[in-house]
Design a protein around this ligand. Structure first.
Ligand code: ZN
Ligand code: ZN
Length: 134
């Protein structure tokens, strides 16, 4: 929660619940996931509230938006550089922490100074693999 303190959001109970939901969350939830998870406690909360809060957080660097899942945008409260592995069946996304040195040949660099990378790995998670073999 500490990192959200400086982000300058007015903390309404609903926003606080969204931040709490995200804090330490490794599931890479979508806006819909968060909305559904909090709807029980905040039946009057609108989807726009969730979406706008996420968008504000993203703009202020408190969240990373992942486009790895073609079905929906997913959000990652872990803003440290890391990579992702996605299950092509259930769309579960897990973090990969590792420093991959991927040299780009000089001719391909288009004059860019490279400051980072994000690698998306695709696979089938143990759960889906098990379900498949039944
Ligand atoms: Zn899976
Ligand atoms: Zn992540």
């Amino acid at each position: 929660m500490e990192k959200y303190k400086d982000i300058g959001l007015k903390l309404t109970p609903q926003r606080l619940a969204i931040l709490n939901y995200l804090d330490g969350n490794k599931e890479h939830p979508s806006a819909e996931d968060i909305y559904r998870a909090l709807l029980k406690r905040f039946p009057t909360m609108s989807f726009a509230t969730v979406y706008n809060t996420l968008e504000t957080l993203r703009q202020r660097g408190g969240l990373i938006e992942l486009t790895i899942d073609p079905d929906k945008k997913r959000f990652d409260p872990n803003t440290e550089p890391h990579h992702h592995l996605i299950c092509v069946k259930c769309k579960r996304i897990v973090d990969i922490h590792g420093d991959y040195k991927l040299p780009i040949p000089n001719g391909e660099r288009a004059g860019f100074e490279i400051i980072g990378n994000h690698i998306e790995f695709y696979g089938i998670c143990p759960k889906c693999k098990k379900a498949n073999s039944l």
